[in-house]
Ligand binder design. Structure first.
Ligand code: AMP
Ligand code: ZN
Length: 482
């Protein structure tokens, strides 16, 4: 197992990942709110998490990846109301869209994908435990709030106490919205009593009808599925406060011994589009569909979204997609060359890497690229090192052994970065066919028109053996080099 380090928001340090139990890394990622198609900003975060998981796997760790689906909150309920549909119908539709998008991006599926609405009882149980220990209180309307002043550790993730607070626990009124940006220590809601706007979205609880607050679902589901492997917790930078701060408070206070709720907190910086915040009104709010409609593949978008440091804000531009496309062509050509020199097939090799078969194999000339990648996911640096190796290597001059080593090491990096190279099209240079080939192709076309299929096949085979390929259309044909 080789070392992988990440920047931990909790300690503000870069730290090697050391799982609490053996080689298994528990990794909880806050998932999408399924009320609309995820935008490319959301995918910057999800793709960075995918590279984190893949990098850990290539290093020899086993990863238990949990990513939740937020299928009940203020936004999902509002959407269902606007569309006059049941909440479930709306969230199931957007979940299917999300899964299809993940597949287009070649993302690994989490082993567990729990939904908030399937874990209402677990959330209620957590509130009960917190009430018993006086970390929470119920209000007259049947809501329950977390008592922030009861937890000394409140603010340790976002360093709230070191910042200028606009309000403190003593003077802030309790906050009942799912999302808020105020630097305040206001008590936050864990159970929201039923309101008129909630329609038929409510559950029974010891405090009456209502629904859980947004922060609670991740605490309850992370504890349920990763209670023994509280290693990595991750999300976009907007989640540091209040979402993750509140998750820590609820979870640590609900355990009898205040067990640390996750060791490593990893946050991905936001994405800007053409220098500004994405917004529907500025018409720069893109989904993967919008980018595909402009003629770019999901793999090119994946490249553009992940090729700079995940902790730096990136400015997404259409130019970055053009650059991504040409970089991917170079990566694919080198993949083809190394595979052919080593006598290996891409799909089989990637499958073996996915199963952890090559985690102990050496990195050879790609050692620097791997070191760079595994050091807090410096993808830009790793790509730089990969392109240097590509420039300096003549695959045709390698011994069989060196070709194998290089092909395996190179595809371990391709796997870690998650590029689906089958989406990359290498345009063949247009070459004028010699007269002899043109004549053969014409004879084949004539045989086909006369429905003499056997003869047409013969001509096609002859053309193939000479290295040419025929592309038929309705009214004629084109000749291309194989
Ligand atoms: P949501 O569906 O709003 O719950 O967000 C899903 C994930 O996307 C969370 O981890 C967010 O922090 C992250 N996120 C939201 N907006 C952006 C953005 N502009 N850039 C990067 N990540 C984002
Ligand atoms: Zn969460």
């Amino acid at each position: 197992m080789s070392e992988v380090t990440f920047h931990n928001t909790l300690t503000r340090q870069r730290e090697p990942i050391e799982p609490t139990k053996g080689k298994l890394v528990g990794m909880y990622c806050c998932g999408p709110t399924v009320y609309a198609q995820a935008h490319i900003g959301n995918f910057r975060t999800f793709l960075s998490q995918d590279v984190m998981r893949r990098t850990l796997q290539v290093a020899g760790y086993k990863v238990l990846h949990v990513r939740n689906l937020t299928d009940v909150d203020d936004k999902t309920i509002k959407r269902a109301f606007e569309e006059g549909k049941a909440l479930r119908e709306v969230t199931e539709h957007w979940t299917r869209v999300f899964h299809a998008d993940c597949e287009r991006f070649n993302m690994l599926s989490p082993q567990i994908e729990p939904k908030a609405t399937d874990h209402i009882q677990e959330q209620i149980n957590m509130i009960v435990a917190l009430l018993e220990k006086d970390h929470a209180y119920a209000t007259e309307d049947g809501s329950v709030y977390f008592r922030v002043s009861s937890f000394d550790g409140y603010g340790k993730l976002s360093r709230l106490k070191e910042r200028e607070l606009t309000t403190t626990a003593a003077d802030a009124s309790p906050n009942d919205s799912d999302e808020y940006e105020r630097d305040s220590m206001a008590d936050f809601v864990m159970w929201k009593s039923r309101k008129e706007n909630d329609g038929d979205v409510f559950w029974d609880s010891p405090w009456g009808e209502g629904r859980p607050g947004w922060h609670l679902e991740c605490s309850a589901m992370a504890m349920k599925y990763l209670g023994n492997n509280l290693d990595i917790h991750s999300g976009g930078e907007d989640l540091v406060f209040p979402h993750h701060e509140n998750e820590i408070a609820q979870s640590e206070c609900s355990c009898s011994d205040h067990t640390q709720f996750f060791k490593y907190w990893i946050h991905c910086a936001h994405l800007l589009v053409e220098g500004g915040k994405m917004s529907k009104s500025l018409n720069n709010f893109y989904s993967v569909d919008d980018i595909e409609a402009k003629g770019f593949t999901p793999v090119a978008l994946r490249y553009a979204l992940t090729s700079s440091a995940y902790r730096q804000t990136i400015n997404f531009t259409m130019d970055s997609l053009h650059a991504a496309q040409s970089a991917l062509v170079r990566l694919k050509k080198f993949s083809d060359e190394t595979l052919s020199a080593a006598g290996l097939k891409r799909a089989a090799l990637l499958k073996a890497i996915d199963k952890g078969k090559h985690s102990k194999d050496s990195w050879g000339p790609l050692a620097k690229a791997w070191q760079t990648l595994s050091n807090d996911l410096n993808i830009a640096g790793a790509l730089g090192a990969i392109f240097t190796t590509i420039k300096e290597t003549k695959t045709t001059e390698l011994s069989a052994e060196a070709a194998q080593e290089l092909a395996i090491a190179y595809h371990k990096l391709v796997y870690a970065l998650g590029y689906d190279l089958t989406q990359v099209v290498i345009e063949k240079p247009k070459v004028e066919a010699p007269e002899e080939i043109k004549a053969l192709a014409q004879q084949r076309w004539d045989a086909k028109q006369a429905k003499d299929w056997a003869k047409a096949d013969e001509f096609r085979n002859e053309l193939t053996s000479k290295g040419w390929k025929i592309l038929d259309s309705k009214d004629g044909f084109e000749i291309e080099l194989l």
